[in-house]
Design a protein around this ligand. Structure first.
Ligand SMILES: [Zn+2]
Length: 174
């Protein structure tokens, strides 16, 4: 296992759609292990493959996310291959949503409150499950990454323009 570099906006791999995984081979298994380690090191609660420069439909998330009874000292992640949202309902504001690839910025983002996810697990088994609240937000945020969408694409044009100007300024000063 190794910690990989987390790429930040406007890196190209973050802005393009990712391809489906055709077979869950050793490379994919290693990728998910590295992504789990990278996510906990950051630290974060979710990570998508394009964030480490791999444009494949793979995400990992903190298995304890959204579970108030979880043992915080046990760090476990779940990997999903080719995840899709097949149903959604309700509406929730994800307060101060942030992203490991969007530095120094958070914003409120409108999300679905409930989503139904279809995916493969790391063994290739077909899964289908419902996610609510924080877990639903993580699913929408990470699956967006697989389509080249960042949370700053889901906020107002004005807020986004301010963020992009700020980033351009930082770039110019380097
Ligand atoms: Zn993100």
């Amino acid at each position: 296992m190794a910690i990989r570099k987390i790429l930040t906006y406007p890196e190209k791999s973050l802005l393009q759609p990712s391809v489906k995984v055709e077979s869950i081979d050793e490379d994919i298994k290693n990728l998910t292990e590295d992504m789990g380690e990278t996510m906990f090191d950051a630290p974060g609660v979710g990570l998508a493959a394009p964030q480490v420069g791999v444009n494949k439909r793979v995400i990992v998330y903190d298995s304890n996310a959204g579970n108030p009874d979880s043992d915080e000292s046990v760090k476990e992640f779940t990997a999903l291959i080719n995840p899709e949202i097949i149903d959604s309902s309700g509406s929730i504001v994800s307060e101060k949503e942030g992203c490991l690839s969007v530095v120094d910025y958070t914003s409120d983002v409108k999300r679905y409150e409930n989503v139904t996810i279809k995916a493969l697990d790391i063994e290739g088994n077909q899964l289908e499950f419902d996610a609510q609240g924080i877990l639903a937000i993580i699913m929408q945020h990470e699956i967006d990454h697989l389509d080249g969408i960042l949370f700053i694409d889901r906020i107002s044009v004005l807020k986004r323009t301010i963020y992009k100007k700020k980033m351009a300024k930082i770039k110019d000063n380097h």
